[in-house]
Ligand binder design. Structure first.
Ligand SMILES: *Cc1c(COP(=O)(O)O)cnc(C)c1O
Length: 380
């Protein structure tokens, strides 16, 4: 984790600033991540998934570096535009959109939309005539620590009908998209999805539609407790899979990294509010922090994402703890099924650092549940 963040926090402490939990994001790391993606997949355009961290600082930096943006709402489109992206660098990638939001996006200049069924195609045809659409196909998300279920996408066979419907209604059937599941630790997960994508290309071709683009989605991981393969490893595996399924007719490709772009750039500083036991004999301590599920750590749901935590007492003897947030909701427990090892010497008031928290934290924090303020953030 970056020395710049530690220095920022040290300086804040010396000046006596203490305003509760805070996320600090190092923009140098975001820049390095963008460069790594561009190098690992040189012929692929990067559409940063805005929802992972929509701060103006991150968006402006990425816009300057040449990134495109994947958005899910009119508000996100406006944020990307405000950061300096032109409409041709923005996709409206949510498959679930109100017709009036599609109309507004069209007014703003957006011409690239995701669909996964015919009714969505019809909305776009009505209010965004002539636009490009790509159809999202289902993916089983095996190997992902934060899978995306069956909420988005359709069976590949149906995608062909959806795209044909788009053509009939005057839209441009542009390609296919999928998402192999977030925090995808298996670089080969793209292989099967690309086999399905290639089958859609083939069948569309037989019906006289020549698709141009495969949207490879996100899924690129952040290192939490377990090691993850490098971006280069993912790039190589994806390129091999493209060759295998598309031969020498590799289509235009895009990726939509969210977590992989910003996750490792951020660190949350939190404070120990209480250390207690449920009985004298209990050998598992309960450690309560001033941040929990409602303060930004929503991805600890089902204990899916296990963040690395640093303490000022690392090196002392460790013992497992139940780790919980500060609110009066019993769901606000971070790790209990698999208790988290922390130093035995841990005390009330200790400041802990939660690493890998640059993605999916600020926007998941509640506005004022129990009167706790939303997670503050600094981008340095
Ligand atoms: C959330 C999302 C992403 C980003 O996923 P990561 O796993 O964070 O990289 C990309 N594309 C779409 C359509 C998404 O909804």
């Amino acid at each position: 984790m970056t020395e710049r963040i530690r220095e920022f926090l040290r300086d804040r402490r010396e000046r006596g600033i203490d305003e509760g939990p805070v996320l600090v994001v190092d923009l140098e790391v975001v820049k390095d991540n963008y460069t790594a993606f561009s190098k690992a997949l040189p012929d692929t355009r990067v559409f940063y998934a805005v929802k992972a961290n929509p701060s103006p600082e991150v968006l402006c930096l990425l816009a300057k570096l040449g990134s495109c943006f994947d958005t899910a709402s009119v508000a996100e489109i406006q944020m990307a535009l405000a950061a300096g992206a032109t409409p041709d660098r923005i996709s409206y990638g949510n498959t679930i959109k109100k017709e009036r939001d599609i109309a507004r996006a069209f007014e703003l200049g957006i011409r690239l939309f995701a669909v996964d069924c015919q009714p969505e195609v019809e909305k776009i045809a009505r209010v965004a005539p002539g636009s490009r659409v790509f159809c999202r196909i289902l993916s089983d998300c095996a190997g992902a620590e934060w899978p995306l279920s069956r909420k988005f996408g359709c069976e590949p066979g149906m995608a062909v009908d959806v795209l044909e419907h788009a053509l009939k209604l005057g839209l441009e059937p542009y390609g296919v998209s999928f998402h192999v599941g977030s925090q995808q630790r298996n670089q080969h997960a793209w292989d099967r999805a690309l086999a399905s994508a290639a089958s859609v290309f083939k069948e569309c071709g037989e019906r006289g539609m020549n698709l141009s683009m495969v949207n490879l989605g996100g899924g690129f991981p952040t290192k939490y407790l377990k090691n993850v393969p490098t971006v280069k490893t993912y790039g190589n595996a994806i390129f091999k899979a493209l060759r295998k399924h598309f031969g020498n007719q590799i289509p235009e490709t895009i990726i939509e990294p969210g977590r992989g772009m910003v996750g490792n750039a951020g660190m949350i500083e939190t404070e120990v509010v209480l250390v207690s036991k449920k009985s004298e004999e209990d050998d598992v301590r309960w450690v309560y922090l001033d941040i929990g599920k409602f303060g930004g750590l929503a991805e600890t749901m089902d204990e899916s994402i296990r963040y690395p935590i640093r303490t000022p007492r690392d090196g002392d003897a460790m013992a497992p703890c139940v780790l919980a947030g500060p609110t009066c909701d019993s769901a606000d427990v971070l790790y209990e099924k698999t208790p988290y090892p922390l130093p035995v010497s841990l005390e009330i008031g200790d400041k802990l650092l939660i690493e890998g928290t640059g993605a999916y934290t600020t926007t998941y924090s509640a506005v004022a549940f129990n009167g706790f303020e939303p997670l503050k953030s600094y981008h340095i």
